[in-house]
Design a protein around this ligand. Sequence first.
Ligand SMILES: *Cc1c(COP(=O)(O)O)cnc(C)c1O
Length: 385
Amino acid sequence: MVEKLLSAPAFCGAKLTIHLDRVCANWRKLADMTAPKARCAAVVKADAYGTGAAITAKALYDAGARTFFTAIPSEGITVREVCPDAEIYILGGLFHGRAGTYELHGLRPVLNSLEEIEEWRLFNLGRETALPAAIHIDTGMNRLGLTLDEAEELGTKRFEDVKPFLSLLMTHLSCADEPTHPLNALQLERFKKMRGFFPGVPASMANSAGVFLGEEYHMDIARPGIAVYGGNPIPERENPMQAVASIHAEVVQVRWVEEGHGIGYSASLTATKRSRIAVISAGYADGLHRLAGSSDEKDGAHFFVGGHFVPLAGRVSMDLIALDVTHVPEDLVRRGTLVEVLGDNVLVDDLAKHAHTISYELLTGLGRRYHRVYSDGSNQPEAMA
Ligand SMILES: *Cc1c(COP(=O)(O)O)cnc(C)c1O
């Protein structure tokens, strides 16, 4: 059992287990889908979607990943420490005046504008071996990247300027999670045309959802993120990925609430009958959004304990959440019992939906207060220690 304690279990109210075996299984599934024509990279930005970049990137490296994408240089440096010979791209681009940092740590900027390209070109002048970088072309996202006109002009008139350092041509899909959205095919067509202006340069287009759009989208390197971490890449279909993060929070009190009495802040939920309420030690400070709570006007999310789904009762507090456990046998929910807040029963996409958000935001916002455990699949998440 691989177990790394970043905070002692005895002092924590909830346990966050990161299943590294499932992270790797998800990545391998994506790598199998893109092989043999395309290589599969791994996006490990935002602390590897909340799972812990250093440990997760190392596990993915051991599983065979050799190309990583992060958002900012500090994240790239974290990955560099554990993966000395990996290719590491910085999606946020070349930050102004920071080329030396990229060189020092062997990071490759994704150059998102002509200005960044010029800064990198000048930084490379006079070098025998150019420092590799990607160029990002905007094919419809309208966020970062060269316009189609800029890219065409660069490729047709100044390809020799960038050729020495250009290791990857990249674009990003705007609507890949909606497979029938017309922008997908349009972006594909535009990117294929742009590739023609940069002959011989490897290309990358697909995020997680893009991998599921079909082989045409895989190009040379796929860049999945959320699917590696168990989020559903295509929300309208059944999730083909395995859940990677599970959270178990401890019951700190079980009490009865009489019919007609309010529960929690603002008494937003009124007990419609005499109810048994279990209070767990986790709240919005742990990334469990207030929008997942319930009131007389709306239902909230459900957690899972003793083989039963249990609804959130009233508002989510900073450190506490009340659950209606009236229908669960008393001996299955007591002080000290662990409740599944996220995992194989409480799915990340479902919980995110209740919080009016997406799996990405839920995972990256989980907070720093958990007793965090990394599992290789041989241990049981149902115990605190
Ligand atoms: C975050 C990101 C990805 C990964 O996207 P997922 O939807 O998480 O797979 C890929 N490419 C770029 C440019 C990104 O910003």
